[in-house]
Design a protein around this ligand. Structure first.
Ligand code: HMG
Ligand code: MG
Length: 299
């Protein structure tokens, strides 16, 4: 059975743009987010309140957030790794935050300069304070399937981190295939194991990168398991600066095309979304890798 409705969690402005070599002007980012909202997306991850030296592409978070924070009916989650990040986000009135953990030690070190347990300890006061302020808290778990340094990631490692984050009080989890190596059978076995260990499917979203062209197949496997939150990035923008083999996320257009064909409601206008990605591709100076964008825009 497939869900009647899927919530698309748009990450292009954050996961996409954090990986661009060129610096995208703040006003172009704001215009991108406004156009995504106009295309019907209602959850649009806007930026990250991380150390500007770690992710220079998003160093303009303070300037960008106020330009888009009044979009009606749109949630604008932001990444915060620590209390410093949370304070910055709260000052600007953010209501939805995301912390980001790793299932592997290698990536925790590369991305957060911490061990897995040290990073969980770093998130604890963040989640506590955010919940006291009634913010919505998402937690990403990176490297849920494979890791560029450690290879295949054992399911029990992922389960441990997921449980710790839920116990901490996070509202939802996003299972990250950071480098895009997952395949549908692996997705199904991870979801089944999480359920067996007491993690409900209703708390889970999926976050696929499309390195091996499996992101849509993996998404379908997750939908068949009952997952209803799917991360995607407009035009397939993205990657991760701290995981070299990562390419772009599942393209939102590819996702919407599949969901439309399955009769699943998303509220997204595919024509407007495609036009937005074509416009963004023009800003970035290279075509979108999304097959659906190519097909619909005759690029
Ligand atoms: P650190 O160097 O260990 O930081 O980095 P620290 O805690 O030792 O602090 C050092 C200095 O940084 C201090 O300043 C802090 O105030 C400052 P000083 O006292 O020396 O002047 N600082 C900050 N400044 C601004 N904002 C902050 C902040 N925090 C500390 N929030 C840290 C630790 C976590 C900060 C760093 O590792 C970091 O910023 N990492 C972010 C990496 C990142 O954003 N990666 C991409 C997102 S994850 C991803 O893409 C995967 C995902 O898409 C899912 C998937 O695909 O798997 C989500
Ligand atoms: Mg990602």
């Amino acid at each position: 059975d497939l869900p009647a409705r899927v919530r698309i969690y748009e990450v292009g402005a954050r996961d996409g743009l954090q990986n661009e070599k060129a610096t995208v002007p703040t006003e172009v980012k704001a215009e991108f987010i406004r156009r995504l909202a106009d295309a019907g997306l209602t959850t649009i991850e806007a930026t990250s309140f991380v150390h500007p030296k770690w992710v220079p592409q998003l160093a303009d978070a303070e300037q960008l957030f106020p330009l888009v924070s009044d979009l009606p009916g749109v949630h604008l989650p932001v990444l915060v790794p620590n209390e410093r990040g949370l304070d910055r986000a709260l000052t600007l009135g953010a209501r939805h935050i995301a912390v980001f953990a790793s299932a592997t030690e290698s990536f925790a070190k590369a991305n957060l300069n911490r061990t897995v347990d040290e990073s969980l300890a770093m998130f604890e006061p963040v989640v506590e304070k955010a919940r006291a302020d009634r913010l919505h808290v998402r937690a990403y778990i990176s490297m849920c399937f494979g890791d560029p340094w450690e290879g295949a990631v054992p399911v029990h490692q992922v389960v441990r981190v997921c449980k710790a984050l839920l116990d901490m009080g996070c509202d939802e989890l996003s299972l990250g295939d950071t480098i895009g190596v997952a395949t549908p059978g692996h997705v199904q076995s991870l979801l089944a194991e999480l359920n067996e260990e007491g993690v409900p499917t209703s708390a889970l979203g999926v976050h696929f990168h499309d390195t091996y062209g499996q992101a849509l197949a993996n998404t379908l496997a997750a939908l068949q398991h009952g997952v209803t939150t799917v991360d995607a990035s407009a035009g397939g923008l993205g990657g991760c600066p701290y995981a070299k083999s990562a390419t772009g996320n599942l393209a939102t257009e590819d996702l919407v095309w599949m969901l439309q064909g399955l009769g699943i409601d998303t509220g997204v206008d595919l024509g407007r979304l495609t036009a937005t990605s074509v416009w963004m591709a023009g800003q970035l100076g290279r075509p979108s890798p999304s097959r659906t964008v190519k097909a619909l825009s005759h690029q």
